[in-house]
Design a protein around this ligand. Structure first.
Ligand code: IFM
Length: 452
């Protein structure tokens, strides 16, 4: 079902349609107006870390072209813009001096949204940790949680009066496991003890930031964006079913547990407790404060089977084969039913507030030919996943909004610029933006929903 008007008519009248981006992926101007390096500025310069040694130095030049980009969002009829704020622009060393010029940029951006009738959904942390904080250990150091709380306070005191929503973190799974255990994202560590420390500091930082936001900007709805893994067993064998449960606890429970239940999963504690940092009295109460909403970033399922080897480390799982034949250009299986089962499973396990799909989309590298990017595979991906979200809303799940990832092609982290997720094509030589076929289609969804 890809008729955008029919699809749009299946959503509740107050459902929000938006687009999402993140600071380091689009802004460029990494040295402008007092910004100092983040861990990604350093990481992307290390050999072998990022495809083609691409960096975010220029990216989509959004720092200079933000007005044109907001015009595009408005022209597409998109109701809300989810963007992130770069900590190294606001407090360039992580602690210490506040950089007013950095705040000024987001002031202009937010006012620009308001002037165009676009709702503002800000994320405080989308992976660009000020590099100076690595001297203390970055996310592995408890002190970083308190530095983050101060940063949250500074941002909300200046911008909170014009934000429609704020989230503390984007995808802690990535900034913890992918960055400190699997070594794929900055700072590129591969160490379980460090990863567990980063996990707890991040959870604590989330809680401390919620406290600060409630204090400084009590009217702004606060949430947390998680890329919950839609874990699916590779078979019905008892071993694979047990492996699936362990994978859930490790990938999801490590964040959902403390935030929504005030506890770490028992299986994680019993397997890895000896390597955990100290969880101080009161930490879990700070972490588990009530949220107004949570965000799900969903792209693909995680199929697992048991890893029977003796030295397998918790959660001791292997990747099970894909079931669907459809795979995006980045190699991720396309399987919309897992989006539904993931939401169902999470609402069964936890008491969760309202839900936004804060990211969903496909890597489709269809080229620009004669001024057109006819990205039918991305369009089909959106149609199938939006249909799942409409069904969830119909079935009583509190689905409040959907943000397409991404507004435009951008710096795709370790993949550099070769993987494209945009509704809008970016020519990195000329910085010309071209709305793709999927973008025009999504625009009809937004305009139809807006007229309801
Ligand atoms: O580009 C990323 C984004 O920064 C976080 N979520 C997943 C996207 C696609 O990989």
């Amino acid at each position: 079902m890809s008729d955008p008007k029919i699809l749009a008519s299946r959503f509740p009248a107050d459902f929000t349609f938006g687009v999402a981006t993140a600071a380091y992926q689009i802004e460029g101007s990494t040295r402008a107006d007092g910004r100092k390096p983040s861990i990604w500025d350093a990481f992307s310069r290390m050999p072998g870390r990022v495809h083609n040694r691409d960096t975010g130095d220029v990216a989509c030049d959004h720092y200079n072209r933000w007005e044109e980009d907001l015009d595009l969002i408005q022209e597409m009829g998109v109701e809300a813009y989810r963007f992130s704020i770069a900590w190294p622009r606001i407090i360039p060393d992580g602690t210490g001096r506040i950089n007013e010029k950095g705040l000024d940029f987001y002031d202009r951006l937010i006012d620009g949204c308001k002037a165009r009738g676009i709702k503002t959904y800000a994320t405080l942390y989308h992976w660009d940790l000020p590099l100076s904080l690595m001297g203390e250990g970055g996310w592995t150091a408890r002190s970083t949680a308190f530095a983050f709380q101060r940063y949250a306070k500074v941002v909300m005191a200046r911008l909170g009066d014009r934000l429609d929503s704020v989230s503390t973190f984007n995808e802690p799974w990535c900034s913890v496991w992918l960055s400190h255990l699997y070594g794929i994202h900055a700072p590129g560590e591969r160490n379980m003890e460090a990863a567990l420390a980063a996990m707890h500091t991040t959870n604590l930082a989330h809680g401390l930031a919620v406290e600060a936001i409630r204090h400084v900007a009590p009217n702004v709805p606060v949430g947390l964006v998680l890329n919950a893994q839609a874990v699916i067993p590779g078979s019905d064998s008892p071993e694979d079913l047990a492996a699936t449960e362990r994978a859930f606890d490790f990938h999801n429970g490590a964040f959902f547990g403390p935030v929504f239940k005030g506890e770490y999963p028992a299986s994680l504690l019993s397997a890895l407790g000896g390597q955990m940092p100290s969880v101080e009295e009161g930490d879990l109460a700070v972490i588990s404060q009530k949220l107004d909403w949570w965000g799900l970033n969903y792209y693909t399922p995680l199929r697992v089977s048991d890893d029977p080897s003796k030295d397998a480390v918790f959660p001791a799982t292997l990747h099970a084969p894909f079931v669907s034949q459809t795979v995006t250009d980045i190699g991720w299986e396309v399987y919309p039913p897992a989006m539904r089962s993931c939401v169902e499973d999470l609402y069964q396990r936890y008491e969760l507030p309202d839900c936004y799909i804060t990211e969903n989309g496909a890597c489709d590298n269809t080229a620009l030919v004669d001024g057109v990017v006819d990205d039918q595979r991305r369009l089909a991906y959106y149609a199938d996943h939006l249909s799942v979200v409409a069904d969830l809303a119909r079935d009583g799940y509190p689905m409040k909004g959907y943000f397409a990832w991404s507004l435009m092609d951008n710096f795709e982290w370790a993949e550099g610029y070769r993987m494209r997720f945009g509704l809008v094509h970016v020519d990195y030589d000329t910085q010309v933006r071209t709305i793709k076929t999927s973008g025009a289609w999504y625009s009809i969804i937004c305009k139809t929903a807006g007229a309801q």
